[in-house]
Design a protein around this ligand. Structure first.
Ligand code: ADP
Length: 710
């Protein structure tokens, strides 16, 4: 190839190379441009994203700030922030309103400037507690810009604000709450004062009423012992009965006021259950027998007799329920049943008393309200039967006080059963039991009684004592064949039976067995006492009062079967062995003085009187041997009975001074203790009863070693 050809070929190839290099460069440029565009796009998207997030975040922050500032601004409590030294850095509008300072002024103050000086100690202690434990809640007084003050409850807590410890305090004005509390307290105190005044009024009223009652009951009793014709006797009895009824009402009112004012204290003393029950029954059996209602009493044999508790209040509950039962029953029976529930503990027993009647009954909707004060089933019942509606309320309160319960099962027209559950202590060393199961094992008894419940109870009691028992519902079989009676060891004959009564039956049996010694006969009766009759017209060896309690039955059986029938000892006539006493009556009320003097005269004693405490002290100290006893009224003007007694006791040694017996309208337990502590020997409650007076004089003037002449 020529040189020219060679140059051209080189040139061509160079052009060729440059062309492909340029193409390559263009391709690279294009690729880079695309890459750049894409990167740019991504960057733009990122920026937009970021912008959105910033916007959202700003929005949320704004919302949160609005929430918190609403909470802060609209709070009903005052809120403040302060540093750890107490310098205030922020306050909410409510705190501004509460304190009356502008907020800028508050933010220049210390928390210490917000309180009166006497509150600073409390606030300082609370502030220390916040620093140590992180929080505190306390009450203290705040002082406003105008110097007035208000009470507040503060809750303070410590927190960290960007590395700086701060304290937040929430202040709540409690003036209204404290005012309401104060008003409530004052209202309560006012109510208590009113109730106290009511109780005092009732106590005073019943004391005031009791004084003339003493005159009425005492004089009626004295009048009853004089020679009267039948009409006069009837009138005097009416006065006595009305007086007793009035007295019961006064006692109820007084009891209730004592219970309501918390002044009724229970006694804790050893007592015999049977005796307590007997006394409750004795109070209502006369009314029951007048109405022809059978009374029954069943004490389960495992019920312990020697108890510790308050026999007076137990008797009051039982008497109340039994007399209601008799009052609201026209015919049929009233029964008392006593059971022993499983022992509460070794030294306590749980007793259940049920008082059943076959009377008018009580509709279920009235049950609960009957135990409230002054509540009766309806006005017509009250008009028909009388009563105050206090009896059951008192029973309920007494049961509550004794830690027991009272409940009722009854339907209108089908009788009522009141149930009382009470626990009592057991006497540490109980006396030997009055009877034993099976104690008359091998003996036989015949019970003649027309009343099914009484017949069953009497037969059960005999069986418990060990007798083999036969029963008859009437006297007829024995009248027809008197020989039937001769096979028994003991005959128990009911007095009130239709056709032939117990007395007629016994006389007939004695006539039939005249020449032989028949079994001893005991009369079972709710009528008056037949004792003291001569053996000729009296075929019975003993009498038992209905409802018969097993210990009385056992005592009669022991007497009749262990020693054979013996004529009964005539009842000891009270007072016949007493010597005439010289008695001084110290009493300011002329009627009461007269009643006491008359009763003493009736008892055959020699009596003088003084009308105040000073005169009593002078009379006794002038010649201590002039009197055997002093009846000392408690409430006398000038010198009270207790003061007079203390004065006598201070001047005359015990063996030389007469017995001093308090005369009191109402003997609370603490009063009795006070009487004995000031030197009195005993007490008598008004209205004075001649029998009580006689017993008290006998008890306290009996020759005692410490009364023997020196
Ligand atoms: P009082 O008998 O003095 O009215 P209580 O509180 O003892 O007051 O009795 C309240 C009322 O309960 C009686 O008035 C009577 O309506 C009713 N009540 C109480 N016991 C009985 C009963 N055994 N049978 C029927 N009603 C009774």
């Amino acid at each position: 190839m020529s040189g020219e050809g060679q140059d051209e070929a080189r040139w061509r190839s160079r052009v060729q190379r440059e062309r492909s290099a340029r193409k390559e460069a263009e391709r690279l440029l294009e690729a880079k441009s695309i890459e750049l565009y894409e990167a740019n796009e991504a960057l733009r998207k990122l920026a937009a994203d970021l912008e959105l997030r910033v916007k959202e975040r700003t929005e949320e922050l704004r919302r949160r700030e609005a929430t918190f500032s609403t909470l802060f601004d609209k709070s009903l409590d005052g809120i403040l922030l302060n540093d750890i030294d107490g310098n205030i850095t922020a306050v909410n509008p409510q705190l501004v309103r509460m304190l009356g300072y502008p907020s800028e002024r508050l933010c220049e103050m210390s928390v210490r400037d917000l309180h009166p000086p006497e509150a600073l100690a409390t606030c300082g202690a609370a502030f220390r507690e916040v620093r140590e434990t992180g929080s505190a809640r306390f009450e203290c007084r705040f002082r406003r810009s105008d110097g007035s003050e208000f009470p507040a409850e503060v809750s303070a807590s410590k927190f960290d604000l960007a590395g700086t410890p701060m304290v937040q305090g929430v202040v709540r004005d409690i003036s209204a709450r404290q005012r309401a509390e104060r008003e409530l307290r004052e209202a309560k105190e006012e109510a208590e004062r009113a109730s106290e005044a009511k109780s005092l009024f009732l106590a005073n009223m019943s004391h005031e009423i009791r004084t003339p009652m003493n005159g009425i009951i005492g004089v009626a009793e004295l009048l009853g012992t004089t020679a009267l014709d039948p009409e006069q006797t009837d009138l005097v009895e009416t006065i006595s009965r009305s007086g007793e009824t009035l007295l019961e009402i006064i006692n109820d009112i007084l009891d209730l006021s004592k219970i309501e004012s918390g002044k009724l204290e229970l006694e804790t003393t050893d007592f015999a259950l049977a005796e307590c029950v007997e006394r409750a029954l004795a109070a209502v059996t006369p009314a029951a027998s007048t109405k022809g209602i059978e009374m029954t009493c069943e004490i389960a044999p495992d019920v312990p007799d020697a108890l510790v508790g308050d026999p007076v209040r137990l008797r009051q509950i039982l008497t109340n329920l039994l007399s209601n039962a008799v009052k609201f029953t026209a015919e049929g029976e009233v029964g008392l049943a006593i059971d022993c529930a499983p022992a509460a503990s070794e030294d306590r027993c749980a007793l259940r008393f049920e008082i059943r009647d076959t009377g008018i009954g009580i509709a279920p909707e009235s049950h609960d309200k009957l135990f409230e004060n002054f509540s009766q089933v309806d006005a017509s019942t009250t008009r028909h039967y009388g009563g105050t509606g206090l009896g059951l309320a008192i029973c309920k309160r007494l049961c509550d006080l004794m830690g027991g319960e009272i409940s009722l099962r009854s339907k209108l027209g089908s009788g009522s059963t009141f149930r009382v559950d009470l626990t009592f202590g057991l006497t540490a060393e109980p006396p030997a039991p009055a009877f034993r199961r099976g104690q008359f094992e091998g003996r036989t008894a015949l019970v003649v009684d027309d009343h099914p419940t009484n017949r069953r109870v009497l037969a059960d009691q005999c069986r418990y004592l060990g007798f083999s028992v036969a029963t008859h519902p009437s006297a007829h079989p024995l009248m027809d064949d008197p020989e039937l009676a001769s096979g028994y060891d003991l005959l128990l004959l009911d007095m009130q039976m239709p056709d032939i009564d117990g007395l007629q039956l016994a006389i007939a049996l004695r006539g039939h067995l005249a020449d032989r010694r028949g079994p001893p006969m005991a009369l079972v009766t709710s009528l008056g006492n037949f004792e003291g009759r001569s053996a000729e017209d009296w075929p019975f060896a003993a009498q038992l009062f209905k409802p018969v309690l097993i210990h009385n039955l056992a005592a009669v059986c022991r007497r009749l079967l262990d020693t054979g029938p013996a004529p009964q000892k005539p009842a000891e006539s009270a007072g016949d062995h007493r010597r005439p006493l010289r008695v001084l009556v110290a009493e300011d009320n002329p009627i009461n003085r007269r009643v006491a003097l008359k009763m003493l005269e009736r008892l055959g004693h020699e009596a003088g009187s003084v009308d105040d405490g000073h005169a009593a002290v002078s009379a006794v100290t002038a010649d201590p041997s002039a009197y055997d006893a002093v009846l000392m009224d408690i409430q006398m003007p000038g010198l009270s009975g207790t003061e007079a007694t203390a004065a006598i006791a201070a001047r005359v040694p015990t063996p030389e001074r007469p017995a001093i017996i308090a005369l009191t309208a109402d003997a609370l337990k603490e009063d009795r203790e006070r009487y004995l502590a000031c030197g009195m020997d005993g007490f008598l409650t008004k209205p004075l009863r001649i029998g009580d007076l006689e017993r008290a004089l006998a008890a306290h003037t009996a020759p005692r070693p410490d009364r023997a002449p020196a």
